[in-house]
Every structure is written in structure tokens, then in C-alpha cells.
Design a binder for this molecule. Structure first.
Ligand code: ZN
Length: 310
């Protein structure tokens, strides 16, 4: 189990999860944890209890091939849609979009800033927007967001070549902390990939080939109850036909890894847009928001996005 993944390097690792959580996530006992620790799973002893990085636990579970760990079940559930006909992903969809902002070390009243959903350029719209203004501690942003999809595959042979070169390079998708993903060279040097890292890397390749491209963050919808906080990013690139395309390369890779019957969805990721993603104005390595109070700690941004049946 431990041979199949790269552990999060010490400078990006935060060992917040006690052994009881590890056993539950991996559906194993303390002898199994001993084996993983002997095989190199990084840990910290605090008051006699071993603690682990949640990303390491996710990745161990995801690549355990036991089909019963929590990460395997969560990913299978989350990506069930990717094996279905993609027509459902192309129609209009309405989301009740809420984001909680929390300034954990708040220094007092100050304006809030959030990179908002930016859906209009891909055919969507915002309604009933309630954005936070000035306050302290916590705030909420809420809006009704309509997304849609469209089949707009990348036409440039050069962009397609670069994309397929990346897909064929065999990087292994892993859960990686957001600050480490900005260090995308390190992520790829480990043979790993993840949404933000992949998008930053590919955007740079596109620019080197003479295209206007930028990695952008957004929200991947359908992550129920916050069970899986999956950072989302994709590359926005101006194609040879003059239109803006999105390349969601890590989702294509993840879908390929999770299920062989996702070819149609994987193709959709290469230029087209689909209704489960809400793009934002945040660039690939920027935070979603901040509070002007002067606190040096970054704010916590938690999204709760529920599908509204029409
Ligand atoms: Zn604050």
C-alpha cells in the first residue's frame, strides 16, 4: 500500500489526524498502521497518539485496491457521473451556492473579499447574490448559480499534442495540499499530479507554445456534505478559433484512473465545458478570498453547493 504513492514532503505536511481517524478511513487496525509506519508513512507522536497528514491517508486509501476504504468509496461516488452519457452534463443546472469565510485569527471589522463565481463567460448566470461587505470573524456569500455545458473541443493540434503528452506522461493523481500544489514543479518531480498543479504546469506549456493561457480556480460541484474537499482548477486557453476553452486535465486523468468507461467524459474535459464546475475569478495559485483586518493567517473558505431541482 505504501509503495504506491508519494507521501507529502515534511515542509507541506500537517499531521492533524489521530490514529483513530486513520483506522476508520483505511478500514484497518493498529497492526496495519504499524506496517504503514514501518514502510515510511510520516507521523508525529503527540501525547502518545500517532497523528498523520490527511492527504497521506487519502492517497493510501485511494490506491489501496481494497475497494472498501473511505477514500475509494468517496471517489467512486463522486465520479459515478463520469461513466454516464455526458448529455446530462451539457444542460442548464441550478446550484444553491454558499461559501463560508472564516478569519481564524481576526483582528476586527474590515471588508471581505471573495473571488466570485464567474460563469457568464461560459453561458451561465448569477442571481440573488448576497455578498459580504464589512465584518469580523466570519461571513457568508450566497448566490443562485446557473451553469451549463457545451461541446467545444480544443481544435489547435499543438494544444491537443501538449495535452496528450501530459496525459501520457503517467503522472499519478494524488490529493495534495493547496499550498504545495502552487509548487507544481515539486509535485511533478515526485511523479504526482493534482488539479491546481496540473493546470499551472499545462498553462505554462501552452504559453511557451505561444498561446494565451491561464490556470484558474473554481468549484467542483456535487461534493456532498464536504465529505471530500477536492480543490478544482483548470486551464483557460484561447484556441486557434479565437474562443476561450477550458482544459480540465486532472479530472480527465482522475476519471481515467477511477473507471475505464469514462472516455466520453475525458474527451469533454479537453476544451468543452460541463455543468458541474463553477469557475471563479481566482487565478491558479491565488486564494479564493481574504479579510482586510490585517491578520497574517489566511482565511478558511468552505463551499457548500447544493443542486436545486427544477
Ligand atoms: Zn479578519
Amino acid at each position: 500500500m505504501a509503495d504506491s504513492i508519494e507521501f507529502i514532503p515534511a515542509q507541506y505536511s500537517s499531521k492533524t489526524q489521530p490514529e483513530s481517524v486513520a483506522q476508520e478511513m483505511l478500514r484497518c487496525d493498529s497492526a496495519d498502521i504499524d506496517t504503514l509506519v514501518e514502510a515510511g508513512l510520516p507521523h508525529e507522536d503527540r501525547s502518545g497518539v500517532r497523528h498523520f497528514d490527511p492527504n497521506d491517508l487519502y492517497n493510501l486509501g485511494m490506491y489501496s485496491n481494497s475497494s472498501r476504504t473511505q477514500p475509494e468509496l468517496a471517489f467512486r461516488l463522486l465520479f459515478r457521473f463520469a461513466g454516464r452519457p455526458v448529455d446530462d452534463l451539457l444542460r442548464e443546472k441550478l446550484w444553491d451556492f454558499r461559501v463560508q469565510l472564516e478569519c481564524t485569527d481576526c483582528a476586527g471589522d474590515a471588508p471581505w473579499h471573495l473571488e466570485e463565481p464567474n460563469v457568464a463567460r461560459f453561458g451561465g448566470r448569477l442571481a440573488e447574490v448576497a455578498a459580504p461587505t464589512t465584518g469580523a470573524g466570519t461571513a457568508e456569500y450566497r448566490a443562485m448559480v446557473t451553469t451549463t455545458g457545451a461541446r467545444t473541443p480544443v481544435v489547435s493540434p499543438e494544444l491537443r499534442r501538449l495535452t496528450h503528452e501530459y496525459l501520457d506522461a503517467g503522472y499519478r493523481w494524488q490529493m495534495i495540499p493547496v499550498p504545495m500544489q502552487a509548487d507544481y514543479q515539486l509535485v511533478h518531480a515526485l511523479g504526482a499530479t493534482s488539479c491546481i498543479a496540473a493546470s499551472l504546469f499545462l498553462a505554462e506549456q501552452f504559453r511557451a507554445a505561444g498561446y494565451r493561457a491561464e490556470a484558474k480556480r473554481g468549484w467542483f460541484c456535487g461534493v456532498l456534505g464536504g465529505a471530500l474537499d477536492l480543490p478544482h482548477a483548470c486551464v483557460e486557453v484561447e484556441d486557434d478559433d479565437g474562443s476561450l476553452k477550458t482544459v480540465d486535465i486532472a479530472k480527465a486523468q482522475l476519471a481515467a484512473r477511477l473507471s475505464p468507461k469514462t472516455g466520453e467524459f475525458q474527451e469533454l474535459c479537453l476544451g468543452s465545458i460541463y455543468n458541474k464546475v463553477i469557475p471563479s475569478t481566482a487565478s491558479g495559485n491565488a486564494p479564493f478570498g481574504y479579510h482586510e483586518c490585517g491578520s497574517r493567517l489566511p482565511i478558511q473558505v468552505r463551499a457548500d453547493i447544493q443542486s436545486v431541482r427544477s
